[in-house]
Design a protein around this ligand. Structure first.
Ligand code: NAD
Length: 256
């Protein structure tokens, strides 16, 4: 029973983070939404979850590219029972042209943020005697694609972090796991479509079918609701012995 537990979901005002926040709220979890922006829409997002599910939902601004802000997010929320490290960005370029600032930003947001939030949250979980840490990795945490050097490196890294934290918390009633989505049609993926259309001289539909879903055998995008369901399952008591592992939700991508 997840009623009365509190979850912090980083980068959760859109896409997968928002889908996971909604699913946890529907399961009775109080949620803390986060992004780096602090707009009216961000707060409205939290208000919408609260009014549709009856849980307490707050929005806390914190920039996940900065370690101190990651740690402040946990402190401002008053700790948490469930930590979902989801914030992430993408940049696509051949390695020789890859902007070093983009490399640093991707490593900071997609990987180092999870180190800082986990370090800040795990003692509170031990004190409360229960905890769930869920890292949103990617099929790109298990396999690679060209032109995504920083993203693939960060996602492989977060799976390593997941295993390590799983071992460090193995004797505690805490689990740490990664979820590895294949392609999900979120704003992050939408943003890659125009450049890919240009690069390959393809229509939008061709990019989706021949590039994005080329390696996803189901030929369907995974949905944010499916990822939300996976997160809720990992928070359940039945999943207590699942730790330090990576669960693919990728339509068969990494089975190949
Ligand atoms: P999205 O762009 O829809 O959402 C990303 C969220 O991260 C947004 O809420 C944004 O505000 C937030 N964010 C970005 N920079 C931030 C920062 N500096 N500080 C705080 N928040 C920040 O993307 P999405 O597709 O929902 O991706 C969410 C996660 O899922 C990412 O880690 C991504 O790598 C991963 N993922 C996505 C897919 C996919 O196909 N969409 C596949 C595999 C993994």
């Amino acid at each position: 029973n997840l009623q009365g537990k509190t979850a912090i979901i980083t980068g959760s005002t859109s896409g997968i983070g928002l889908g996971i926040a909604r699913a946890l709220a529907q399961a009775g979890v109080d949620v803390v939404l986060n992004s780096f922006t602090d707009t009216e829409d961000d707060h409205a997002c939290a208000a919408d979850i609260a009014s549709s599910t009856g849980v307490t939902a707050r929005y806390i601004q914190a920039d996940m590219s900065k370690g101190a802000e990651c740690r402040r997010l946990i402190a401002d929320a008053g700790g948490c029972d469930i930590l979902v490290n989801n914030a992430g960005i993408q940049h696509v370029a051949p390695i020789q042209d890859f902007d070093p600032a983009k490399w640093d930003a991707i490593i900071a947001i997609n990987l180092s943020s999870a180190f800082h939030t986990t370090a800040a949250a795990v003692t509170g979980m031990r004190d409360r005697g229960w905890g769930r840490i869920i890292n949103v990795a990617s099929a790109h945490g298990l396999t690679a694609s060209p032109y995504k050097s920083a993203y693939v490196a960060a996602k492989h890294g977060i799976i390593g972090l997941t295993k390590t934290v799983g071992l460090e918390t193995a004797r505690d009633p805490i689990t740490c796991n990664a979820i590895c989505p294949g392609y999900v049609l979120t704003p992050l993926v939408e943003a890659q479509i125009p450049a890919t259309m240009k690069e390959y001289g393809m229509s939008r539909d061709e990019v989706i079918e021949k590039v994005m879903l080329a390696r996803q055998p189901s030929k369907q995008f995974a949905t944010v609701e499916e990822l939300g369901g996976t997160a809720v399952f990992l928070c359940s008591d039945t999943a207590a012995q699942i730790t330090g592992t990576a669960i693919s939700v990728d339509g068969g991508w990494t089975a190949q």
